[in-house]
Design a binder for this molecule. Structure first.
Ligand code: GLA
Length: 402
């Protein structure tokens, strides 16, 4: 999930930046860092995006539907091939490099585990891998619910692809990245983050069926923007709370005698939910109603109906807050502040929850005012300076320079 080891990504969030394009350009930075370290220009620069999920939260591991957007915050790698089968990567956020041989991949420590795990998963699926060396930098804040770990995995996979050149099938690569999380790192995450970091498209959200992994591009309604509102709060024990939700959903699907909650209709749920223990009933209700909202949201987007999309986003937040219980005081406040601003169609927490970011759908022309107002009001109430990003839907993991 969105939890690479401490120190990954940006330094502590203490500024309001209403347009992250004014931040130092990572492309230039990574080229310079590579040149300083290796004495020449990189052979390749690759990058993979973070994501914001518009709706469809905690539905992916229930074989359900999700509607994420790849955003223009990235993990970048500048690299060149090596001929000795070794991988050697410096992260600008850690003193310890990732360094290992492709001939014997064993477990390492910290952020390096993601690099080793991706190599292990790709090799396991039969991709021939060549070694490489390079420099990595990310502007995706860590633990914020914006999928910094999936971006790390997909950028590493793109780096292997750049030096080895097999057929790049985004969904297959996303599955390898998920295998890294599930089997190498031991996290029970779903497929959403890897799918969108691999398959994102400029200007679009992606409706993903997490059972068969089919997907459909859906355009963002005209004259709207996605604004990501980072509460500047991070929570511990997120992994165990996540795993607990996964187990509770399993109890519910077993009760209904189906492979996953995706298979339970609202009608069946309503007819039998009284037999469930109240807590399991609430968890199941969130997943079942959220799947329905996600499909409706995709239709609303297709019709350019920002009002309905915003209403569905807000209803999704209430369900995550009350039924799934993965929100937080700060997230609820951020959502309420956003919802009450002129030009906001809807807002909700995004990602795994318990801290991190909310996302708002806002009329494009008011976004700078919206961002400024929300930041001021939030800080007044909570005393923390939020970080605000006006995001542009972007492409999935790609080669930027060769
Ligand atoms: C995390 C996981 C995803 C998904 C979301 C909740 O981001 O990595 O697979 O389950 O939480 O929607």
């Amino acid at each position: 999930m969105n939890n690479p080891p401490p120190g990954f990504g940006n330094s502590p969030i203490n500024t309001t930046n209403t347009d992250h394009k004014t931040m130092p350009i990572p492309h230039q930075r990574i080229t310079t860092e590579f040149q300083n370290r290796f004495g020449e220009s990189p052979a390749f620069i690759v990058r993979a995006p973070g994501r914001v999920n518009l709706i469809g939260e905690h539905t992916d591991y229930n074989d359900g539907f999700v509607l994420p957007v790849a955003i223009d915050l990235f993990t970048w790698i500048a690299l060149r091939p090596r001929n000795d089968g070794r991988v050697h990567v410096h992260s600008l956020d850690f003193s310890q490099p990732a360094d290992f041989s492709l001939g014997e991949i064993c477990h390492g420590e910290g952020w390096e585990e993601y690099v080793r795990g991706v190599a292990w998963a790709l090799q396991g699926k039969g991709y021939p891998l060549r070694g490489w060396e390079g420099v990595l930098v990310s502007d995706i804040p860590m633990g914020a619910g914006l999928s910094s770990s999936a971006a790390l995995e997909l950028s590493v996979a793109r780096a292997f692809w750049a030096v080895s050149r097999w057929d790049w099938q985004p969904t297959e690569i996303a599955l390898s990245a998920k295998k890294t999380e599930n089997e190498w790192l031991g996290l029970q995450t779903g497929i959403m983050d890897q799918m969108i970091s691999a398959n994102g498209k400029d200007g679009h959200a992606l409706l993903i069926d997490c059972r068969d992994l089919s997907s459909r591009l859906v355009p963002l309604p005209d004259d709207t923007a996605i604004v990501v509102l980072d509460t500047a709060t991070r929570r511990g024990l997120v992994d165990s709370a996540y795993n607990e939700r996964v187990s509770q959903c399993k109890i519910a699907s077993n009760f209904f005698g189906v492979p996953a909650l995706r298979d339970v209709s609202l009608k069946v749920f309503e007819a039998r939910s009284g037999e469930l223990e109240p807590l399991i009933q609430r968890r199941a209700r969130h997943v079942i109603t959220e799947n329905a909202r996600t499909l409706q949201a995709a239709e609303a987007m297709q019709a350019g109906d920002a009002i309905t999309l915003g209403q569905l986003m807000h209803a999704g937040h209430i369900s995550l807050r009350d039924d799934y219980e993965v929100s937080s005081e700060e997230l609820n406040l951020m959502v309420n502040i956003a919802q009450s601003q002129p030009g906001c169609f809807g807002a909700r927490m995004t990602g795994g929850g318990f801290g991190g970011c909310a996302a708002a759908l806002v009329q494009k022309q008011v976004t700078p005012v919206f961002a400024g107002e929300v930041a001021v009001i939030y800080k007044k109430h909570i005393g923390l300076q939020p970080h605000v990003y006006i995001c542009h839907p972007t492409n999935g993991a790609e080669l930027v320079e060769e």
